[in-house]
Design a protein around this ligand. Structure first.
Ligand SMILES: CC(C)(COP(=O)(O)OP(=O)(O)OC[C@H]1O[C@@H](n2cnc3c(N)ncnc32)[C@H](O)[C@@H]1OP(=O)(O)O)[C@@H](O)C(=O)NCCC(=O)NCCS
Length: 146
């Protein structure tokens, strides 16, 4: 599948489409809605997307700056019909290059227990005890960028 990855601006059509994807995959399965939370703080985040040949937005993640040289990776999603084809891996690798080019040296994240191995395969290191977030078990993980 031919995917291109790029940055999307907060408030753009692509950003709004990504919110729908995030709601479908990350919130509705938990009986929640993304739109119940204040998304205003996301104006300061970095939004990265992947589109297929048909210009359909099929992958998304966001970065929140938490320290001078550290980003927190959040809301990583690949559309259901596109999962299991290496797109999530490519999205994360693209985001790491983007982070390096932007002057950052490390990434942290809170991984759902159900997908922690996805991040471990990308060399994120699991840290500490399991904890609850949005009602489900998570682990902290981090990666130092080259
Ligand atoms: C998690 C997610 C982003 C992975 O994207 P994807 O495109 O399906 O993953 P890829 O095909 O790139 O997988 C890369 C590798 O991780 C593995 N992997 C993917 N999902 C996995 C999972 N849930 N558990 C264990 N391994 C997983 C793949 O088998 C593959 O392994 P390989 O190194 O042997 O090839 C996607 O499944 C998704 O959007 N899930 C729903 C939302 C979600 O839970 N997001 C994470 C929030 S923390």
């Amino acid at each position: 599948m031919d995917i291109h990855f790029l940055e999307a601006q907060y408030g753009s059509d692509d950003y709004r489409t990504s919110c729908d994807l995030r709601d479908e995959l990350l919130r509705k399965p938990l009986g929640m809605s993304l739109f119940d939370q204040d998304l205003g703080e996301e104006k300061d985040f970095i939004h990265l997307i992947g589109k297929n040949e048909e210009q359909e937005l099929i992958a998304y993640l966001q970065f929140k700056k938490i320290e001078e040289r550290t980003l927190k990776m959040q809301q990583v999603v690949v559309a259901e019909h596109a999962q299991g084809k290496g797109i999530g891996r490519r999205l994360v690798l693209f985001s790491e290059q983007f982070a390096i080019m932007s002057g950052f040296s490390s990434i942290i994240l809170h991984a759902r227990e159900s997908v922690i191995e996805f991040y471990e395969r990308l060399d994120y290191v699991r840290e500490g005890e399991r904890f609850l977030e949005v009602t489900i078990p998570h682990f902290k993980a981090s990666k130092r960028l080259q």
